[in-house]
Design a protein around this ligand. Structure first.
Ligand code: NDP
Ligand code: MG
Length: 385
């Protein structure tokens, strides 16, 4: 495998820092070209001094002076602002862009990276949720591959390697069920953010951890899977698997099923997305059957965890509905993290926005941008009340 130059958008987050651990473990295979952060200047500076990228971006303008002062004598270019983030995504020297930033902010840099013909290692699922049709068409037009980082989608992707054109009958995305699995609405009324931020199996950024607790994360993943693997809604099923060992499954036309398994460890799918089609060594702990006498599976509770039903509705109706759901959810999760709304109100805000905001059957990029801002305004007005 030739050495690849990697741009990490969102290098200071959970995925970004784990990606840097993978790169450090395989310094002969990967080299860091670009690092970006929103506002965590100290960590960005430390990462840049260690990995010596060509360029860094700190989106928060107030942190720019600090970052550029720390890095200029090391010959590392420093930029700030949202436009810079989009521009560096398409930088000439990069081979792979890892989109590890969180939320809608990932959309424009991903578009620019695809237009710049960069291979995409996609962690930022919100990009495909918001504008899956636009992104997949653009990738096809530019001959760009999108390799999934999300563990479930990486599992499906790994199951499909070697299957050539064999048709998928169905996929099963596994879900841990989050910290409130088995609970009913009455028991979720007074959930605190501290409780919701404790995920049983994965250590992740705050937004996705809350999404996992509300099952929004699985809903977003259902939509992500549609675009990555070109599936119809009825071909995508969710099954709760509390141990998070089976990362997802594919069922083919002959009824045969393939699953990908391993301990829950995001470094595995991150590494596979960066090294594909090769597998590299890994020092991560191995699965031991004796530690897991049982692997169990159960139906998700779509009534209690309404977000999963809302995601299927968005998937079936298409258009800008998933963009509405995503924007509403980003606002609602932030409000929950700031103690402005209760846990169950997250899904209520999402549902109200889906009912209220105008539906567009075949949105353009500009329509997505307008839908996103309109939804944020409406969602915030619901929260203020
Ligand atoms: P984190 O919150 O841990 O990290 C987010 C990163 O993006 C940070 O580097 C942050 O910078 C940066 N960032 C945040 N907001 C913006 C913005 N508006 N503009 C530019 N940069 C921004 O998130 P995660 O690593 O957990 O998740 C990243 C993505 O990967 C999400 O889409 C998530 O759904 C997906 N994912 C994550 C998994 C995980 O295990 N964590 C698993 C599967 C998917 P700063 O540090 O300065 O705030
Ligand atoms: Mg996942």
């Amino acid at each position: 495998m030739e050495k690849k130059k990697i741009a990490i958008l969102g290098s200071t987050g959970s995925i970004g820092t784990q990606a840097l651990e993978v790169i450090e473990e395989h310094a002969d295979k990967f080299e860091v070209e670009v690092l970006t952060a929103n506002s965590n200047a100290d960590l960005l500076i430390a990462q840049a001094l260690k990995f010596k990228p060509n360029t860094v971006v700190i989106v928060d303008v107030t942190k720019f002076e600090k970052v550029s002062e720390a890095l200029w004598e090391h010959d590392i270019k420093t930029f700030t602002g949202v436009d810079a983030l989009a521009q560096v995504a398409a930088m000439q020297e990069t081979d792979v862009v890892l989109t590890a930033l969180v939320g809608y902010a990932g959309l424009l840099p991903t578009i620019k990276a695809i237009e710049g013909k960069k291979t995409i290692a996609l962690a930022n699922k919100e990009t495909l949720v918001v504008a899956g049709e636009l992104i997949t068409k653009l990738a096809a037009k530019n001959g760009v591959h999108i390799y999934p980082v999300d563990s479930e989608h990486s599992a499906i992707f790994q199951c499909l390697v070697g299957e050539f054109q064999n048709k998928i009958e169905k996929i099963y995305l596994t879900a841990s069920g989050g910290p409130f699995r088995g609970k009913k609405k009455e028991e979720l009324l007074e959930i605190t953010k501290e409780q919701a931020l404790k995920h049983p199996n994965w250590d992740m950024g705050a937004k996705i951890t809350i999404d996992s607790a509300t099952l929004m994360n699985k809903g977003l993943e259902v939509i992500e899977a549609k675009w990555l693997f070109n599936l119809q809604p009825e071909q995508i099923d969710v099954i709760v698997h509390p141990q998070s060992i089976v990362h997802s499954l594919v069922q083919f036309e002959d009824g045969s099923m393939k699953a990908q398994m391993g301990l829950p460890d995001m470094k595995h799918p991150i590494q596979y997305a960066l090294s594909f089609p090769y597998r590299l060594t890994s020092s991560s702990p191995r699965f031991n059957f004796m530690d897991y006498s049982e692997l169990t599976f159960e139906q998700p509770d779509k009534e209690t965890f309404l977000n999963l039903s809302l995601a299927y509705e968005a998937l079936e109706k298409g258009g800008n509905l998933a963009c509405i759901l995503n924007a509403a959810n980003e606002v609602a999760v932030e409000a929950f993290l700031n103690d402005k709304i209760k846990f169950l109100e997250i899904a209520e805000v999402n549902q109200r926005c889906m009912e209220q905001i105008g539906f567009i059957k075949t949105p353009t990029y500009e329509d997505y941008v307008a839908t996103d801002s309109e939804t944020r305004v409406f969602a915030n007005s619901l929260i203020q009340k």
